[in-house]
Design a protein around this ligand. Structure first.
Ligand code: ARG
Length: 563
């Protein structure tokens, strides 16, 4: 149940009856405890148009709204806000053990994330994209959207000439292939210093573009090796990206000539120094010149924009997406603005919503772009290994009684969970500092804190020999702390809908952190195991635990019963 939507609907009926046509009762969480649980300020906006005092309209709406069984109190506060307190019985009814409602109705959403460049090892910004994209995909799935994951890997372009030429020489069992960064450097150095090698590399490009089978097979071999590195990162991270989700740039090769023909027929291309470009007036720079979108180079080669245009068309016209989400770092903002603008002109969007959801950089403690080792490379697997090692040390100190196997599970859950949560809990649009100590802390808005809150509830069940799954009924709510906890649990659905709409997983993190805090307050004030209302309180504990664990699961983070 989404209480927020329910309240908004009821208030809107009353607003309309009061003459405020198409008014929307903007409902949100109350800004202060004395304002109850939710607040609506629809009357404020609507009153102006009616020439009424907001307070008078609010009073009328509060009086007339049918809130029976939903709100226990409905008051007008301030200049015209409506304060609502949810009825305890309704709250109890709204508790759902972390289950969600399929409001998505099967609507198709394509999400483009992770998308490393296969010429090199996966980079830090691909890690961010992978973590954020995975969480968003899970939330959309849970809400009943039909999610199609698209891993738009960079697997084509002239850069592959030298790599394939180098592979021809080293053979496919070369040790250097275990470290793609090194392989890439070697190939680049040879390309710069060895003229005959450079010639061969250029010939590879020609052969690749000409579709020579043997060269294509070699290229495919290189792609497979590189992709297996990524797959290792995905597995370590526990994200649900599989080979079937890969649809790289090369997948669009055969569409590109057609795209150019089509754009030309639509009058969108202009020749400029032999290249075919789209000049859209909204991309006029300060110098008065329009930044061109190059669709085909003068040598006939295609670029990043060309494949992306084909990808838009594929996603909207073949996959029939209603929304296409691009989780790509902020530096590509202009690329996507141009892409979407041109796609709309060419009617490739097919009415779908094309959305770039940018994220900032991951910084080291020194405030500079994060690196795991000296030089240009960033081995993500090393980073994830280190996370698990650190987590293990931490958990060993906290709970030495765990046996080896349990310890491995906990170390993995906490280590990987901490890395993901540190990323997800920040508003993605900004840069964030990667700080081991902060993310592994058992206090504050961290994964270990939430995982620990979950484990504490499990240990409470154990101490009381409670089979939580066997508890039946709905909890009666009596105390203020119980009310606050139940309210927070009940907000799960609305929070997920907010994440789906904004593509911002940090709303879910904040929600879970507040949930754990509400639980701690409840637990301090309300004895559970030796109480007359034990069953009611145990039920609240169960709903809390289930919601925490489901919420973390939607962020791609595991929970453990003991830690
Ligand atoms: N491979 C690109 C990069 O690493 C990101 C691709 C993003 N997706 C897209 N459809 N352009 O920068």
């Amino acid at each position: 149940m989404n209480l927020k939507t329910l309240l908004a609907e009821r208030l809107e009926v009353a607003l309309r009856d009061a003459g405020a046509a198409a008014a929307s009762a903007i409902v949100g969480p109350a800004t202060r405890p004395e304002f109850g649980d939710y607040q609506a300020n629809g009357a404020m906006a609507a009153a102006k148009r009616l020439g009424m005092k907001p307070r008078d309209l609010a009073l009328r709406v509060a009086e007339a709204a049918d809130l029976a069984g939903i709100a226990a109190r409905c008051d007008v506060t301030g200049p015209g806000f409506i304060s609502l307190t949810i009825d305890d019985d309704c709250l109890s009814e709204a508790l759902a053990d972390g289950r969600t409602e399929p409001v998505g109705g099967g609507e198709r959403v394509v999400i483009d994330y992770s998308h490393p460049n296969l010429a090199k090892e996966m980079q830090v910004h691909h890690l961010r994209s992978t973590i954020i994209g995975d969480a968003v995909a899970r939330v959309l799935d849970a809400l009943g959207y039909d999610v199609i994951r698209q891993n738009h890997v960079g697997d084509w372009g002239t850069g592959f000439g030298r790599l394939v030429a180098h592979l021809n020489d080293t053979g496919e069992d070369s040790e250097a292939l275990g470290d793609l960064e090194r392989f890439y450097t070697e190939a680049s150095e040879r390309f710069a210093n060895d003229a005959t090698f450079a010639d061969r590399a250029r010939q590879v490009v020609v052969d690749l573009q000409g579709g020579d089978p043997a060269t294509l097979a070699r290229w495919q071999r290189y792609i497979d090796i590189s992709m297996s590195h990524c797959q290792a990162v995905y597995e370590r991270l526990g994200v649900g990206l599989e080979p079937e989700h890969v649809r790289g740039e090369s997948a669009y090769n055969d569409d590109l000539d057609g795209i150019v023909e089509d754009l030309e027929a639509k009058g969108l291309l202009t020749e400029s120094d032999g290249a075919l470009c789209a000049f859209l007036p909204e991309f006029k720079g300060k110098d008065g010149k329009i930044a061109p979108i190059i669709v085909r180079k003068s040598d006939g080669g295609y670029l990043y924009h060309s494949t992306d245009l084909a990808a838009v068309r594929h996603r909207t016209q073949t996959l029939h997406a209603k929304r296409v989400l691009y989780v790509v770092d902020a530096r590509q903002g202009l690329h996507f603005k141009q892409l979407f603008a041109l796609a709309r002109r060419a009617a490739y969007d097919a009415g779908a919503s094309l959305e770039h959801h940018p994220f900032g950089m991951m910084l080291g403690n020194d405030g500079r772009p994060f690196k795991t080792r000296e030089g240009s490379g960033t081995r993500l697997l090393d980073l994830l290994d280190e996370a698990t090692v650190r987590a293990r040390r931490l958990v060993e100190a906290k709970n030495p009684e765990l046996d080896g196997q349990q310890m491995d599970r906990v170390a993995r859950a906490v280590g990987i969970g901490a890395v993901k949560y540190a990323d997800l809990s920040k508003n993605r649009t900004g840069d964030y500092v990667f700080d081991w100590d902060a993310m592994m802390s058992f206090e504050g808005n961290t994964a270990p804190y939430l995982q620990y809150a979950y484990a504490r509830i499990q240990s409470l069940f154990q101490r009381g020999r409670v089979d939580a799954a066997a508890l039946t009924g709905r909890p009666a709510i009596r105390e203020a702390e119980e009310h606050a906890l139940a309210l927070q649990i009940a907000r799960f659905q609305e929070t997920l809908e907010q994440v789906a709409a904004t593509v911002m997983p940090h709303h879910l993190c904040t929600y879970l952190y507040d949930l754990a805090a509400a639980f701690m307050r409840f637990y301090e004030r309300c004895p559970v195991l030796d109480s007359d209302v034990r069953n009611d309180r145990l039920l609240l504990c169960r709903h809390t635990a289930a919601t925490l664990s489901r919420g973390l699961d939607l962020l791609g983070i595991e929970t453990v019963d003991r830690m």
